[in-house]
Design a protein around this ligand. Structure first.
Ligand SMILES: Nc1ncnc2c1ncn2[C@@H]1O[C@H](COP(=O)(O)OP(=O)(O)O)[C@@H](O)[C@H]1O
Ligand SMILES: [Mg+2]
Length: 344
């Protein structure tokens, strides 16, 4: 790839240092994605300018005008500390007529609502857990078709925010309690879903029109789940390296799946990607039930792409090393802009 000027947008708290030397694993964990992307693109010969933004859009405009980037690499997942504003950043860049990496605004909106995305996906006859939404300040009444146990989550937050063992409820009383927790502590509407016992599988997908699904990846929970606990990606399981090590939580290829099951899951992931109008790159998450039905859990456009995380390790496993992956993501942003705009 020719030498590019790349403006990398990120949260100001995650501005990485020039070198990771002398930092603890815990410190590095905070800005590893930003560090990996900036340092890898620099090492590949590009002119890279990291920019931390959160409350003011003006610095973005100024950087576009003075630095004249060929493309903006968007690692910014929230604005005004609201994650639902991620689509506005993509929209702003479209209005500025500047190519950007990752998903278009429409795809970000369709994928965000855990109810809307499931409704659209279910319409394509893809298996999704039964669910009900509990808006803020509304009395909690379980629809009779929705059988216990259920898992209660924020309708719009991600990163396993607010997910713990207590998220799985087996009585109406606990359901009401957990919905109240989501309303009061997370400040969003809640969704309760049929709890799917089974394996946790992820499929990374790259592309705008022609799609490439990477090998089916699995989050393996190790010894988590003793004493009646359930194997789910809780906040701790996802973000606490010490806990992951103690319990033996690792991700890797879902090796022992029958080839036809694996192929079906990859095909389903691509259909979901198209249904939700995603482009750039995204990770589609499933729970595989005992009868081998993959249930769609959620789509993550612009998933985390630190070198050590699922997306990048699945890519490497498929012959796409880290610099190549980042170049592919840049090329997709540039070709979308050349094609005129985001997918319709
Ligand atoms: N319907 C479900 N059945 C079983 N496990 C689920 C279900 N929904 C979520 N989970 C578990 O909770 C985790 C977080 O849920 P998810 O919807 O992906 O929220 P987030 O956007 O915070 O990642 C999942 O990775 C999975 O382990
Ligand atoms: Mg998730």
């Amino acid at each position: 790839m020719r030498r590019l000027r790349i403006l990398v947008l990120m949260h100001p708290d995650f501005m990485p240092p020039d070198s990771a030397d002398g930092y603890t694993a815990q410190e590095i964990n905070v800005w590893k994605t930003e560090f990996d992307v900036v340092s890898t693109l620099r090492a590949a010969g590009h002119e890279v300018r990291p920019l931390g933004v959160q409350e003011e859009i003006k610095p973005v405009r100024e950087a576009i005008e003075s630095f004249k980037p060929h493309i903006v690499f968007t690692l910014l997942e929230e604005f005004h500390n609201k994650s639902v504003f991620d689509q506005h950043i993509a929209s702003y860049l479209e209005l500025m007529k500047i190519p950007y990496t990752g998903c278009n605004p429409r795809g970000l909106i369709l994928a965000r609502g855990k109810d809307l995305s499931k409704t659209l996906v279910q319409h394509r006859r893809i298996a999704v857990p039964a669910f009900a939404v509990f808006p803020m300040r509304r009395k909690v009444k379980r629809p009779p078709r929705l059988a216990l146990p259920l898992i209660v989550k924020s309708l719009s937050e991600d990163g396993s925010f607010g997910i713990s063992q207590a998220s799985i409820v087996d009585t109406d009383e606990k359901l009401a309690e957990r919905v109240a927790f989501v309303h009061d502590r997370l400040g969003t509407a809640a969704i309760a879903e049929q709890y799917i016992e089974g394996r946790e599988l992820y499929v990374a997908v790259l592309g705008n029109n022609r799609l490439r699904a990477l090998p089916v990846w699995e989050l393996k929970f190790g010894s988590m789940g003793g004493q009646g606990a359930r194997q789910i990606a809780t906040e701790k399981a996802k973000h606490d390296p010490g806990y992951q090590e103690r319990v033996g939580i690792v991700d890797g290829p879902a090796n022992d799946l029958a080839p036809e099951v694996s192929a079906r899951i990859q095909r389903t992931a691509k259909r979901i990607y198209r249904t939700l109008k995603l482009d750039g790159y995204a990770r589609i998450d499933f729970r595989l039930a005992a009868d081998s039905t993959p249930y769609f859990i959620e789509a993550n456009p612009n998933p985390e792409i630190a070198k050590s995380q699922e997306f990048a390790t699945a890519a490497r496993h498929d012959g796409l090393d880290y610099p190549d992956l980042l170049h592919r993501i840049l090329a997709l942003g540039i070709s979308r802009a050349k094609a005129g705009a985001s997918v319709g």
